[in-house]
Write a protein that binds this ligand. Structure first.
Ligand SMILES: Nc1ncnc2c1ncn2[C@@H]1O[C@H](COP(=O)(O)OP(=O)(O)OP(=O)(O)O)[C@@H](O)[C@H]1O
Ligand SMILES: [Mg+2]
Length: 224
């Protein structure tokens, strides 16, 4: 499957989710390509730290930008079980190009920086892309969620109003483990003493995305 992690806002946890998802799929035995389609190159930085800390990175990384992303992914798709694409926090040509070839679009929203304008922009973008291709699954979920807060509930309810994005009730909380592991190029479950709650949150979200009720448009040779 081709999974795009995207948004219209910076710092909501896209790269954290994309890199953890790539490592999670590798752990499950899949052949994975991680695409850094953000000019900031954060997924590439993560991978460089990873290569310095692990004997084997486990996945292949490429950096792609612009409309080229679409053709490149189409060509690379048959070669991998899963392709995870990290995009920037703006409406870029790269993000649109990636959305044209994705099976799943995954959009994180951070409760503290949540605003209706951003989610409306994401929903409109999904509508535009859906109109130009066969249907793909588009999901929203809470990222960097407060561990104890009424904000989570309010934002969860607000996100459920958007039919373009199916809200997944599997939040990823704001936990030090995510930032600490990222600075080493590791997924949370690859740390020496993993934060079990963080690991459980990722498992719940990723299991739903990969094994749940998703629209699949191509035959999959996935091992997970
Ligand atoms: N669940 C989390 N808990 C704690 N810290 C987090 C979490 N998710 C992300 N962070 C931290 O927040 C910062 C931004 O995260 P990240 O780089 O994943 O966001 P992004 O959406 O990719 O940002 P950008 O739009 O700039 O690409 C990083 O320092 C990261 O370590
Ligand atoms: Mg990023």
């Amino acid at each position: 499957m081709v999974i795009v992690v995207g948004s219209q806002k910076g710092g909501v946890g896209k790269t954290t989710i994309a890199t953890n998802l790539a490592a999670w799929l590798v752990k499950k035995g899949s052949d994975v390509l991680l695409v850094d389609a953000d000019d900031q190159g954060s997924a590439a930085d993560f991978t460089a730290w990873r290569e310095a800390n692990l004997d084997q990175c486990g996945y292949t990384l490429v950096q792609l930008t612009g409309s080229n992303v679409r053709k490149q992914i189409e060509a690379l798709k048959p070669k991998y079980d899963h392709i995870v694409i990290d995009t920037g926090g703006r409406d870029t040509t790269s993000q649109r190009a990636a959305m044209f070839v994705c099976d799943i679009y995954l959009s994180p929203f951070a409760p503290r920086s949540y605003d209706l304008w951003t989610v409306t922009k994401v929903a409109t973008l999904v509508d535009e892309i859906q109109a130009g291709r066969e249907p793909f699954a588009a999901y929203s979920f809470l990222s960097r969620a407060d561990i104890k807060s009424a904000d989570n509930r309010e934002v969860s309810l607000a996100l459920q109003d958007y039919s373009q994005l199916t809200f997944l009730p599997f939040p990823i909380s704001n936990r030090k483990a995510f930032a600490n592991s990222a600075s080493k190029g590791l997924a949370v479950f690859e740390m020496e003493e993993p934060d079990k709650k963080a690991v459980a949150e990722l498992d719940a979200l990723f299991n739903h995305i990969i094994h749940g009720n998703v629209i699949t448009t191509t035959a999959q040779k996935a091992t997970v």
